[in-house]
Write a protein of this length. Structure first.
Length: 428
């Protein structure tokens, strides 16, 4: 295992690119992605995910002989690498089952490039056992090399929080693991060389895999709890935010807020753990109950809005609704697994006409993913909406004159408790 390796990073999305840029300050990095358009953008210094600044990206693209980032859609250059880090997405399908196809394809590509003493590290979210039981056999088959004698593996779960400019990749403590004690120490030292927050060396790959899925499963369950509380308190005509503020004065109260739970982690990881549990013959009750609660919140929000419209005698059939925000979280262009679409789809059942406004999202991506035409500027909006739903708390919405967009009567529903409650007709 080389002390100054060339590192290949497979997948240059929200996880892979920030990691590649961090490593590129000390190592020669070959960044590979199958998306040729994405590669072309990165070569120009453009990151449409907004995770890496143009200045930081261009700085590593013009590195030295021993450092810097080389981006490519051709897997051939990866043969120069001795360390491979796989950061491809691991989504779920419409039945909430794990989809390992990107991981399998990436393993096949890496396997064709493997040489004696190379190391392969996986960062993609998986359930315990995937690295050694699914990925390693593929690497062996494609390379013709023997695991743990001719090549080694590790797992270091990604902890990227899209849009978060404070907790960036080098400032988040990194869990590491390896397939042998020597490989584990090597992998830990490698990450330690760029992760200023430090590392935690797990005793096995399976422990590291399990740690990843429970981090977000725990958050998912806690959010499901407050979502259920929100439903109860709305029935009792009590403001949920007031209750949470009061309860939060206790030193050990966990501060979670209700909302739509989407994205590539919290809305997905619990299903990976549940899948493995069911394969072992156990039906996970709490994990799946939390998922059912959170997956149903989009429909719940839409129904509550329609109820308020009826109470205020707003026009429902043929009425106009403005949905503000479609990304999965605020101040971020990421639309993956956004639950706002669940609100929109439910509203359509009431024959409502819906405009969606989001200054952060790509109109092209939204149309391709959801079949929705997106308004990306305030000038595209009308001034006669029968209901307005604040679904995502983008900073631009703070200064938006929402009152000027509304009919009289109309409803303003605040999913994120973003506005003063005196200005709204309802919120979670």
């Amino acid at each position: 295992m080389k002390e100054q390796p060339t590192i290949a990073i497979v997948g240059l999305g929200y996880v892979g690119l920030p990691l590649a840029v961090a490593f590129a300050e000390k190592y020669h990095i070959i960044g590979f992605d199958i998306n040729k358009e994405r590669v072309s953008q990165l070569k120009r210094g453009e990151d449409l995910t907004l995770e890496v600044s143009e200045g930081d990206l261009k700085a590593v693209l013009t590195g030295t002989d021993n450092t810097g980032l080389e981006v490519t859609a051709d897997p051939a250059p990866m043969s120069e690498a001795s360390v491979f880090i796989v950061t491809v997405p691991t989504p779920t399908n419409k039945y909430n089952q794990p989809v390992l196809t990107p991981l399998i394809k990436a393993s096949e590509t890496v396997g064709k490039c493997l040489k004696k003493d190379d190391v392969v590290i996986y960062e993609s979210t998986v359930y315990p056992g995937v690295t050694e039981d699914i990925c390693v056999p593929i690497l062996e088959r494609e390379s013709g090399l023997k695991f743990n004698s001719e090549f080694f593996a590790g797992y270091s779960p990604e902890r990227i929080n899209p849009g978060d400019k404070e907790h960036t990749v080098t400032k988040i403590l990194k869990v590491t693991s390896g397939s042998t004690p020597e490989a584990a120490r090597y992998i830990d030292d490698l990450y330690k060389s760029v992760i200023t927050a430090g590392t935690h060396l797990a005793p096995s790959i399976k422990v590291a895999e399990a740690a990843k899925v429970i981090e977000n499963s725990q958050r998912d369950i806690n959010i499901a709890f407050v979502n259920e509380l929100s439903k109860i308190f709305r029935m009792l005509d009590i403001d949920t935010q007031d209750v949470l503020e009061a309860a939060g004065t206790k030193w050990n109260f966990l501060k979670f807020t209700p909302g739509l739970v989407g994205g590539h982690c919290i809305g997905v990881d619990p299903y990976y753990l549940a899948q493995k549990a069911m394969e072992e013959g156990y039906n996970p009750e709490i994990i799946l109950a939390g998922r059912r609660m959170n997956d149903g919140m989009g429909e719940y929000v839409a129904t509550e809005v329609v109820k308020l419209m009826i109470q205020k005698e707003c026009k429902v059939k043929g009425g106009k609704v403005l949905v503000m925000g479609i990304t999965f979280k605020e101040n971020c262009p990421d639309i993956r697994n956004s639950k706002v679409i669940d609100v929109i789809d439910e509203l359509k059942k009431y024959n409502l006409n819906i405009d969606v406004y989001d200054p952060w999202a790509s109109a092209e991506e939204v149309t391709e993913e959801f079949g929705v035409d997106l308004c990306t500027s305030e000038g595209e909006l009308d001034n006669d909406y029968d209901a307005v739903i604040l679904a995502v708390a983008h900073k631009e919405f703070r200064d938006l004159d929402v009152a000027a967009l509304r009919n009289d009567p109309s409803v303003l529903f605040d999913v994120k408790a973003f506005y003063d409650k005196k200005l709204t007709d309802g919120r979670l």
